[in-house]
Design a protein around this ligand. Structure first.
Ligand SMILES: [Zn+2]
Length: 219
């Protein structure tokens, strides 16, 4: 089961010191979705990975609160776009991941990390059954950033096949079957003879021909 604990955080944007909830322990005992979200059994801990300063709206992972250098330009953008939203820890978690993705874009961190923030925003919509329109929008943003990441060679070699599959599945989930097929079709060649990645070939084939929302465990 998932347990909570409190952490003290310093906001690198406005200097506010505040308490936030994080996870103490969690598990991977639930099902896995075909867009690679691993459910925990019981409570889903997605909101516990992300923190929001209740004064200025700065939002990010715990590590993002260790940052010391937030440029004036980024601080201005936070003040202009995030502070008015006055998000707190109760705010819808998908939206908070989106805010973290905006900050990541303003800070020009690698596309792969930005794509993963949008992917988590989409997971939140799915897991908590929230706004389905936002879900599609987040998936499209994740696709864009993952495609950039592959093009810019930011994706580690041994993860390229998995991200290629994932882009295909994200296209499928926003209803673009043709684009999904283009990415699924690249998976077998990228996997080659690697037995540990064989499941990606099966997954790509399944999602192209007889798609499912959750994986049955492949043998
Ligand atoms: Zn702050």
């Amino acid at each position: 089961m998932t347990t909570f604990r409190e952490v003290d955080l310093n906001c690198p944007c406005c200097g506010n010191r505040f308490e936030s909830s994080t996870w103490g322990s969690t598990n991977t005992l639930g099902q896995e979705t075909t867009d690679l979200y691993q459910y925990a059994r019981g409570y889903q801990p997605l909101p516990l990975y992300i923190h929001t300063c209740d004064r200025c709206g700065y939002t990010g992972y715990r590590d993002d609160f260790q940052e010391t250098e937030i440029s004036e330009k980024v601080k201005e953008l936070i003040k202009e776009k995030l502070t008015p939203l006055a998000m707190d820890e109760e705010a819808f978690p998908g939206q908070r991941y989106e805010c973290a993705a905006w900050i990541a874009e303003w800070r020009e961190i690698p596309s792969l990390a930005i794509g993963n923030l949008y992917l988590r925003a989409a997971y939140c919509c799915c897991v908590y059954d929230e706004n389905r329109e936002d879900e599609s929008r987040y998936r499209r943003q994740a696709i864009k950033h993952f495609e950039n990441a592959i093009q810019k060679k930011e994706v580690p070699e041994d993860q390229i096949a998995a991200y290629t599959y994932l882009i295909g599945e994200l296209y499928r989930r926003v209803g673009e079957r043709e684009n999904a097929g283009v990415w699924f079709d690249q998976v077998p060649e990228l996997v080659g003879q690697d037995p540990e990645k064989e499941w990606l070939v099966k997954a790509a084939n399944q999602q192209k021909t007889d798609p499912k929302e959750f994986f049955d465990r492949f043998e």
